[in-house]
Design a protein. Structure first.
Ligand code: 0X9
Ligand code: ZN
Length: 362
């Protein structure tokens, strides 16, 4: 299952069983449509990578290998963050807040122009390995903030890849991997925990599984994973005045606010709804007809899922403007969004971030 709510469902089906599945649906009068007829071909066309020469030229000219016409490996993303911290030390600093299961650093970039009394914003991406558009957009946002640093009205703490092991695995193993790369428990075979079910608020509730083989396996305990623990420890140690927590996923084009654990809403949901709608409006102005985002609370708009980063940030950290933003698209390409959509998707994300910053200042 790729995505879905009460009225629709996107599912991946092996070619051999298409006749059986279509018969099954037909008999139950369920309408269906084949959206991607050859997923392997879509994967092959998704990411036109730069040649070795182009890479070298880029690195020589810019000092890093990041650009936004293709999806980049973790090494390029981390290299870009290090480059920024080295090149703009007054503006950017990079810190590793911990290590992943396989020992990769979790690099957070702090961007601040030193302006006093501004709110702090947390932005993350890449909790789910296969949602490639998320780290691509988050790094584009970084680039924009650095290039417009005089105008910054907040201090930004940005973790572009929460799940670096999973992200790398989507390049080397399985393009559609979602979870982290945690080892199975004794006697088990299945790898990985869904990091967005592993946070410590309402852990193990609706929309989670105790079975390690499921895509929504919540782990063996709240914060059982080093990736989620690193985020918790970072916030416990930080004195910054966080007013917003934005976590970028794909796909579906939703601006979701808590709660995700069930269909209730927080006491100040009217503020979240209002700012969410303003953000959606700004995204439409930035991107036009393709940039329509639906606003609502997670469990009602999408589905109930407990142990998410957003619910934890809202309930435990008490960060007011907490949103999960599901980026493009609405299902035509799903997770396998061609790289040419990175820039338009990032531009609309920037418009949303701007709205949240303005709200955070009040
Ligand atoms: O299921 C998720 O974790 C998110 N959707 S995704 O397709 N990117 O996997 C939605 C999370 C919304 N927030 C909560 N349910 N807490
Ligand atoms: Zn996701």
């Amino acid at each position: 299952m790729w995505s879905g709510n009460d009225t629709m469902l996107d599912v991946l089906v092996q070619p051999e069983v298409i006749p059986r599945v279509s018969k099954f649906l037909h008999e139950r009068h369920v309408n269906y449509e084949i959206v991607i007829s050859d997923l392997q071909r879509a994967i092959e066309q998704e990411n036109p990578t730069l040649s070795a020469e182009e890479m070298e030229e880029l690195e020589g000219r810019k000092g890093h290998r990041m650009e936004w016409s293709s999806y980049h490996r973790l090494e390029d993303i981390h290299g870009y963050l290090d480059y920024l911290a080295e090149t703009f030390p007054e503006l950017c600093s990079v810190m590793s807040i911990g290590n992943s299961v396989e020992g990769r650093p979790l690099k957070v970039l702090r961007i601040s122009n030193g302006k006093a009394n501004v709110p702090a914003l947390w932005i993350d991406g890449g909790i789910h390995a296969r949602e490639w558009i998320s780290p691509a957009v988050v790094t584009y946002v970084i680039n924009h903030l650095v290039e417009n640093s005089e105008d910054l009205e907040a201090d930004y703490y940005i973790l572009p890849v929460v799940n670096p092991d999973g992200y790398e695995y989507t390049f080397r193993g399985d393009r559609l991997w979602r979870k982290n790369r945690s080892s199975p428990e004794k006697g088990g075979v299945c790898i990985g925990v869904d990091l967005n079910r592993n946070f410590g608020y309402r852990w193990g509730g609706l929309g989670t599984s105790k079975q390690p083989c499921r895509e929504i396996f919540a782990g063996t305990a709240p914060f059982s994973e080093p990736e989620t623990r690193a985020i918790r420890n970072f916030f416990e140690a930080s004195a910054a005045n966080f007013k917003a927590y934005l976590t970028f996923h794909s796909y579906g084009q939703y601006i979701l606010y808590p709660w995700g654990y069930d269909r209730r809403v927080p006491p100040d949901y009217a503020d979240l709804e209002r700012v969410g709608r303003q953000a959606a409006q700004a995204m439409k102005i930035a991107g036009g007809a393709a940039s329509v985002y639906t606003v609502g609370n997670s469990a009602t708009t999408l589905y109930a899922a407990s142990g998410g980063a957003d619910d934890w940030a809202k309930a435990i950290l008490k960060i007011k403007y907490t949103y999960t933003i599901e980026l493009r698209d609405t299902g035509k390409h799903g997770f396998v969004l061609p790289a040419q959509y990175i820039v338009p998707t990032a531009k609309e994300a920037l418009a949303a971030i701007d709205v949240v910053v303005q709200a955070s200042k009040l």
